[in-house]
Write a protein that binds this ligand. Sequence first.
Ligand SMILES: C[S@@+](CC[C@H](N)C(=O)[O-])C[C@H]1O[C@@H](n2cnc3c(N)ncnc32)[C@H](O)[C@@H]1O
Length: 203
Amino acid sequence: MIRDAAIPEPVDWDAEAARFDDEPDHGLRDPAVRGAWAARLRDWLPERPSDILDLGCGTGSLSLVATDQGHRVTAVDLSPAMVDLARAKLAGRAAEVLVGDASAPPVGGRTFDAVLVRHVAWTLPDLDGALAHWLSLLRPGGRLVLVEGVWGTLSPVGTPAARLTGALAPLTAHVRHEPLSGDALLWGRRVEDDRYAVIATRH
Ligand SMILES: C[S@@+](CC[C@H](N)C(=O)[O-])C[C@H]1O[C@@H](n2cnc3c(N)ncnc32)[C@H](O)[C@@H]1O
């Protein structure tokens, strides 16, 4: 059985919010970094304008890129401070931002063409339950896009890719693992640890 690298320490995300975008891959302020993420999203999300659910959206940087590409976004985060920043960033866009739990987002009976989750799965106490719920929020043929990693080398935290592909393979039509560590543009620097995307397509 593949276990998560370590049980994460709880993070005070409200306290992290004000400085969150200072990291190149969070704020996407550098056009080259933003362009690298835009290219990935273009590949991972449907080609046509679609309904996207961005869970644990943080300050809304990836949601913003998705709206740039014509998608309609519902973004959810548990941290009111993150939600305030995401609402400001997404003002005037085809986007709504809700306070809620990524494991059970407050979207009623709505379904989506893609569920996007970046750097959030590793924090969830019931990962298998969350994965099953996210698949239930997808329309037929919809995609679950997980961007995760195992960060650090001495005391790694995160979720190994095989933990996600192994859980999703029996539940979905197709699962793909895409290594991301080698693309320094995504992170604004070279990285040595394991960063990846897992894209699963619903039956
Ligand atoms: C590392 S940040 C990633 C933010 C964003 N997805 C990104 O890639 O820029 C993790 C985010 O997940 C949020 N979060 C953590 N646990 C959550 C939960 N159970 N439900 C919703 N959001 C959660 C935090 O508030 C924080 O904004």
